[in-house]
Design a protein around this ligand. Structure first.
Ligand code: HEC
Length: 166
C-alpha cells in the first residue's frame, strides 16, 4: 500500500514536471496584423536575400525569404508568385565591446513581413503587410503606411525594395 502511494506521488510529480516544461503557446503565433498576416512559423530559418542598413535610425536589417521567395529571386521572376513571404528583421546598431570598430545587433525594435496573395491582397499590390513589435501586431494606422511607401518607390519591382545579394 505504502509502495503504491509512493508510486502515485512519483507519477504525479513527473506529470507536473512534464507539464511545466511544455513550451507555452505564445500569443505571437496566432495574433494577426490588420491585414490578416501572422508571424510565419520557422521564419528565422529562412535564407538571406540581402542585408541593409539605415543610418538615420542606426539600424541593421536582414531581409529573409521563404523557399518560394528564394527561387523567385534567383530566377529573377517578377511578379513574385503567390506564397512568397519576405521577412525584414531589424536591430539597433551597437558597437561591439570586444572589437569597437564592428557594429553588432542590439535590441530588435520590430519584425515585418510581406505575404504574396494576389487575390486576397489585390488592393495593396498583391501583398499583405504585417509589422510586429515584441510579438504583437502594430495598429491599423501604422499598417496604412506600408503599401504607399512601397508603391511610391518600387512599383516596377513588384513593390519589393530588396534585390538578391549573391
Ligand atoms: C517610408 C517608406 C516605408 C514604409 C512606410 C514601409 N517600408 Fe517596408 N521597406 C522600405 C524600404 C526602404 C525597404 C528596404 C529594406 C530596408 O529598408 O532595410 C523596405 C523593406 C521591407 C520588407 C522587405 C522586402 C522589401 O520590400 O525589400 C518588408 C517585409 C517590409 N518592408 C515590410 C513593411 C511593412 C509591414 C510596413 C508597414 C508596417 C512597411 N514595410 C512600411 C520602406 C518602407
Amino acid at each position: 500500500m505504502r509502495h503504491r502511494a509512493t508510486t502515485v506521488v512519483a507519477l504525479l510529480a513527473t506529470a507536473g514536471f512534464l507539464f511545466s516544461t511544455l513550451p507555452a503557446a505564445t500569443a505571437a503565433d496566432t495574433v494577426a496584423a490588420p491585414s490578416g498576416v501572422t508571424i510565419p512559423k520557422g521564419y528565422r530559418d529562412w535564407q538571406v536575400i540581402a542585408p541593409s542598413q539605415r543610418d538615420d535610425t542606426d539600424e541593421i536589417r536582414v531581409i529573409l525569404g521563404n523557399n518560394i521567395a528564394m527561387k523567385a529571386f534567383r530566377a529573377n521572376t517578377l511578379p513574385f508568385p503567390d506564397g512568397t513571404i519576405l521577412a525584414k528583421l531589424a536591430w539597433k546598431r551597437v558597437a561591439s565591446t570586444e572589437f569597437p570598430k564592428t557594429f553588432i545587433p542590439g535590441v530588435a525594435p520590430r519584425i515585418e513581413f510581406m505575404v504574396k496573395n494576389s487575390k486576397k491582397y489585390a488592393s495593396t499590390g498583391g501583398w499583405g503587410f504585417g509589422r510586429f513589435i515584441e510579438g504583437k501586431p502594430a495598429d491599423e494606422k501604422v499598417h496604412a503606411t506600408c503599401f504607399p511607401c512601397h508603391l511610391a518607390n518600387v512599383k516596377d519591382h513588384d513593390f519589393v525594395f530588396t534585390r538578391y545579394a549573391p
